[in-house]
Design a protein around this ligand. Structure first.
Ligand SMILES: [Zn+2]
Length: 168
């Protein structure tokens, strides 16, 4: 019995550390905001559990790597990706689309062995053009960036991805 108890203490401590690290590192896959740990009481089980929480969305959120969120947001904005065609287009459905693409990108990265719950397993070199929104840009800078985007080969890969989606 003691062994079992020790095992479960160890497990819950490991889980807590994993959650703490994710809170420091990850962002909400819907709104992109910082996350925090929260003690949540599940009344039906009379159980108290620590979970990662997004204050802005008011929901339990496991979080996503910030690089993936930035990529997903860029992808949704540039390709007008819309998984929820039946719903009105608004800020809420945009967030749902970004979260959807975050799930797809995370799933892929996990399956290729680049990512696990502790974060990326390989050094990440982020395409700086995707980080545009983190910098305050003047209109002239923006024109420069759009020009740069047009000339980047990887950008046309997005057109390539979009075609099969349109053809569904
Ligand atoms: Zn959120």
């Amino acid at each position: 019995m003691d062994d079992l108890k020790e095992m479960s203490n160890f497990k819950s401590e490991a889980r807590l550390n994993m959650l703490k690290d994710r809170t420091k590192r990850c962002v909400c896959k819907f709104c992109g905001n910082k996350l925090r740990l929260k003690r949540i009481i599940f009344s039906s089980y009379e159980e108290v559990r620590v979970e990662i929480f997004c204050e802005k969305c008011n929901r339990i959120e496991f979080g996503v790597e910030p690089e993936i969120y930035t990529s997903a947001k860029f992808f949704v904005e540039e390709t007008k990706f819309n998984h929820f065609a039946d719903l009105d287009e608004n800020e809420r459905t945009k967030q749902m689309n970004i979260a959807k693409v975050c799930d797809i990108m995370s799933w892929e990265n996990m399956n290729l062995g680049f990512l696990d719950k502790e974060g990326f397993k390989v050094p990440v070199e982020m395409n700086e053009n995707l980080l545009g929104e983190c910098i305050t840009l003047k209109e002239k800078d923006m024109e420069e960036i759009i020009k740069t985007l047009d000339s980047i080969d990887s950008f046309s890969a997005i057109d390539f991805v979009q075609k099969p989606l349109d053809g569904e």
